[in-house]
Design a protein around this ligand. Structure first.
Ligand code: ZN
Length: 249
């Protein structure tokens, strides 16, 4: 069943999810969601990132196909399944970022970079595309997602309440922004992930996230790869995992 075609046909929710996490602290007001694709800047010579090198590229906790763990279980409502999974992705990404956050500062990461030739820009309140320091950008994303998760109109937790018509497109926005956070961590903070010996966990999280995005039509390939002339590092990682049979095409 297609996630995007199933709204309105979903059953009502039966059980509330687990306790919600506290939001990433922020004092910033939250601008609207960035509706624009990544903004490739001038191409630069690309050196091979460490996460594409052996043994790190193969370091995953789950062996075999990730597709099996993202498929909709029998008798589970698709809206509920997507909601619970997005909640888990957010929680895990927040956890990883929390660990490396002290290394992600305005000085180390003055832009939301995800590769030598790619910066993600933010759409501000004046609808202008602006560069933000990565910690600010990520703070906006995580606060926005946390507020959505806490919003009973977006993520209903009470029995008898339906998901809103806008739920699939909201989820697609959330997915895109969480992808950018992962991309930044791979690009700018992989040494810290390695230092913590967390690369198998982080690879598993990302492979699961990609497989989920493919299954529920959330993943835009252009978000992953930037433009064809300036592919992003994690786009190469995705290609590599497809070659290795960890992910499907
Ligand atoms: Zn950073």
């Amino acid at each position: 069943m297609s996630f995007f075609n199933s709204i309105g046909r979903s059953m009502t929710r039966s059980a509330p999810r687990g306790p919600k996490r506290s939001p990433t602290p922020t004092s910033a007001t939250f601008p609207p969601v960035d509706p624009h694709p990544p903004n490739p800047v001038s191409p630069a010579p690309v050196s091979r990132p460490l996460y594409l090198a052996s043994p790190f590229v193969e370091a995953t906790l789950v062996k075999g196909q990730f597709k099996t763990i993202v498929m909709l279980p029998k008798y589970v409502d698709i809206m509920e399944w997507v909601a619970v999974n997005m909640f888990d992705f957010y929680t895990n990404i927040n956890e990883f970022y929390g660990v490396i956050a002290e290394c992600c500062t305005q000085q180390t990461c003055p832009t939301m970079s995800a590769g030598p030739s790619l910066n993600y820009t933010w759409i501000n309140n004046d609808r202008k595309s602006v560069n933000l320091p990565a910690p600010t950008y990520i703070d906006y994303v995580m606060t926005w997602v946390q507020n959505l998760l806490d919003d009973e109109n977006t993520f209903p937790t009470k029995s008898g309440r339906d998901f809103p018509q806008s739920f699939p497109s909201t989820i697609k926005h959330v997915y895109r922004q969480l992808l950018r956070v992962i991309a930044h961590i791979y690009h700018a903070h992989y040494p810290q992930i390695l230092h913590l010996r967390s690369e198998p966990h982080f690879n598993s999280l990302f492979a699961h996230f990609l497989a989920f995005g493919r299954e529920y039509e959330l993943l835009e390939v252009k978000d992953l790869k930037g433009s064809a002339s300036a592919p992003v590092g994690i786009g190469a990682l995705w290609e590599r995992w497809k070659e290795m049979g960890i992910l499907e095409g």
